[in-house]
Design a protein around this ligand. Sequence first.
Ligand code: CS2
Ligand code: MG
Length: 409
Amino acid sequence: MRIHSAEVVVTSPGRNFVTLRITTDDGVTGLGDATLNGREMAVRSYLEDHVVPLLLGRDASRIEDTWQYLYRGAYWRRGPVTMAAVAAVDTALWDIKAKCAGMPLYQLLGGASRTGALAYGHASGRDVPELLDSVRAHLDQGFRAIRVQTGVPGLGTVYGVAASDAGDGGRYDHEPARRRPLPVVETWDTPAYLRHLPTVFEAVRAEFGPELPLLHDGHHRMTPIQAARLGKSLEPYDLFWLEDATPAEDQAALRLIRQHTTTPLAIGEVFNSVHDYTTLLGERLIDYVRSSVTHAGGVTAMRKLLDLAAVYGIRSGLHGPTDISPVGMAAALHLDLAVHNFGIQEYMPHTPATLEVFRTSFRFEDGLLHPSDTPGLGVELDDTAARGFPYEPAYLPVSRLRDGTVHDW
Ligand code: CS2
Ligand code: MG
């Protein structure tokens, strides 16, 4: 079975997506997500100009060899653009292989290890009352685990909370990237955030009790000692995890946080290779691996990363915001169902416009996600609908401190 064609579909139903479709000489198609929020066209070019020409005529069944060919053959390795492109090819080839086997992908990954994947939803509010309403709304939607993000007194729009200038009347849940010629600038104040957050979790626990799994995303904004302080101050509230407590290119920084707090730590949504994790895993500095299939080299690479994490008792917590397309989400769910060291799956439901373009079969029931038993990934892309949403540049916000210093958003 040879690769006959490969095309990159860029579509923008409310936010930008980049999707690779591979078609074999006997007409079997596979999809891969190549979406890199704010840098989409770089991945499109990497695929169209440098990868697709190398794929034509290759044996579509040779997934591992194709992965190694694209990873080692490029010479210039790793990085978010490269690994999103490799991920798209890899995921599409797994989609094809599973379709040809007449099985859902998870069956080729060892079959189901659980009935479904526990999902967490994104509750947020500009203030505590709005946040509590959002938690209630997510519980009503069936979520059994909730991420909590709020505004910070004295600050304007912050990560994870509906941007007051979203303009669409919608909440943050759908898209932080703004369609403007330049990134929106958000002001940040870590000391104000560190003072405020314990009061938020005090209110949430008081309202919803001690058992509801609560998560929080620090979004890379703290120094290690600030993160250690926050982890310690949140211990009374028994978080499921504190995510991206500090920028973790400096993996060793997590040692300091680990020394000061038992709050579980999740890291890695911006990581794109197992090599970003070797200290974090080997020294058990984290509890959850956050990468996504889309950004970390595909199903092949993600499975290897999760199997290494399992050696150290570390579990999965795959990245699943709306800038992971339904294709990338479906790929994650197949892994979630199969691997033994599953932890939790992030789930920001896509908008109706997105679901016009991507015909999905995965389901969310009773707090659990299931990829479905449709052969392959279980997602198809409607080209006619995709053409109805032309690409528009969009940029994630840039964060600056009150004195104007660029900070981590
Ligand atoms: C966030 C992401 O979901 C999360 O944990 O960190 O939504 C992140 O802000 C986006 O993926 C950026 O595009
Ligand atoms: Mg995050």
